[in-house]
Design a protein around this ligand. Structure first.
Ligand SMILES: *Cc1c(COP(=O)(O)O)cnc(C)c1O
Length: 402
């Protein structure tokens, strides 16, 4: 091995470790949607998954996965070569119906969907306006795109409009794109979609929202950010959002990503999006489990979302009453801001000793001195589990903060 390179890598790792920023992998096995065991068979209560509806362990979802696996454990190729599967088309059609859009395309992950969409649709004359707190996959999509990128302050539509006006002075040819998370992954807050739609209409921008944490989570039947605002304002913004991105890996209990919107976008992506073209399609079992989870969501949305909302409200209330510094909001992503990375790690380690798993989130995922525990609540947590975890978090925090 090149010793220069070896030394550089080791130095950087050591530096991360000294700053409490080293990342390592815990091996876990989920024995239910809320409980996992480690290699020593120790059992933990987990408050950090994106499994919002707890459907990963539902017998109907597991059965769908098993049944589809008789058509092969792997998909054998890209969708454009040999990897077409009946299951993929069926899921795409069901997602279009669910989101009330013309057409849908599945990618292998939500990450690849963002890369593949942003990179394929934009060219060197274009400008992408991107929220400061967008997910890493959006940031990476803008980085590999040839377009110019302007980052606007988080949810600040005045800043966004000023940047657009600034660009319009010099840019006469290109297209403008606005890209935002629907529910922001680290703070759990919701994008100001009605204002973004107004701006997109006014300046003829293509508006793309990433609903990874919104699908199956917000809106009265779990359809995401568009439905959330329709519930609030009575106005349906579906046709003004050019593309909605989603993942199959959160509320939909499987793996994969998708993009949904007008047919012309989807036809173009099938031909031009390299992450779609040059990667082996998802296996039939993976897609079938997402499809089963989607059907269950459609049939039981009222029950699932009311469980999720009640659990979220309970945890938010208990933590606030306990004096913790949580980011206010209404989604099941509950960030507890503690400041230094070292303190976030300690809080997470102490909780682990109590058999509660909550991830500590540190830079570069969040700004310096904004390290946090990022708690996520799911529909299948019981009241007792939530009360137990909240009491432990408050108790340990009171011990550590002094
Ligand atoms: C999780 C997430 C993704 C990535 O989805 P995967 O399917 O896990 O690759 C994309 N965008 C946002 C906002 C996310 O939270």
């Amino acid at each position: 091995m090149n010793l220069n390179l070896k030394k550089r890598l080791e130095d950087e790792l050591k530096n991360l470790e000294e700053n409490d920023l080293l990342r390592t992998i815990d091996d876990l096995r989920f024995i239910s949607s809320t409980k996992a065991i480690d290699k020593n068979n120790e059992e933990y209560l987990v408050f950090g998954t994106n499994n919002y509806l707890g459907l990963t362990h539902h017998p109907d979802v597991i059965r769908a996965s098993k049944e589809a696996s008789i058509y092969g454990t792997g998909s054998t190729g890209s969708r454009l070569t040999t990897g077409a599967s009946f299951e993929a088309r069926e899921l795409e059609n069901n997602l279009s119906k669910f989101k009330n859009t013309e057409s849908t395309l599945i990618f292998n992950t939500g990450y690849m969907a963002n890369l593949g969409v942003i990179y394929a649709l934009t060219n060197e004359n274009d400008v992408i306006f991107s929220d400061q707190l967008n997910h890493a996959s959006i940031i990476d999509g803008t980085r590999i795109s040839k377009a110019k990128v302007r980052v606007y302050k988080h949810k600040d539509t005045i800043d966004l409009e000023n940047l657009i006006l600034d660009e319009l002075e010099s840019n006469k040819e290109g297209n403008l794109f606005i890209v935002t998370d629907g529910v922001f992954s680290m703070d759990g807050d919701i994008a100001p979609l009605p204002e973004l739609v107004e701006i997109a209409k006014k300046y003829n921008c293509c508006l793309i929202i990433d609903d990874a944490h919104a699908t199956g989570v917000i809106g009265k039947s779990g359809k995401g950010t568009v439905e959330y605002f329709r519930d609030k304002t009575g106005i349906d913004l579906t046709e003004y959002v050019d593309l909605q991105i989603g993942t199959l890996s959160k509320a939909l209990a499987s793996e994969g990503g998708f993009v949904t919107g007008k047919q012309v976008y989807i036809d173009y992506l099938i031909n031009k999006s390299r992450p779609f073209i040059f990667s082996t399609a998802l296996s039939p079992a993976t897609i079938a489990s997402a499809n089963a989870a989607l059907s269950m969501l459609k049939e039981n949305s009222e029950e699932y979302l009311s469980n999720l909302n009640e659990n979220t409200k309970l945890m938010r209330k208990l933590l606030s009453e306990g004096g913790l510094n949580i980011v206010e909001g209404e989604t099941p992503i509950i960030p507890i801001i503690v400041g230094p990375a070292e303190l976030a790690n300690r809080l997470s380690d102490e909780l682990k000793k109590e058999r509660i798993l909550v991830s500590s989130i540190r830079p570069p995922s969040v700004p310096k001195d904004m390290s946090r525990l990022r708690l996520t609540i799911i529909a299948t947590h019981t009241k007792e589990e939530i009360e137990f975890a909240a009491a432990k978090i408050i108790e340990i925090w009171n011990k550590l903060k002094n």
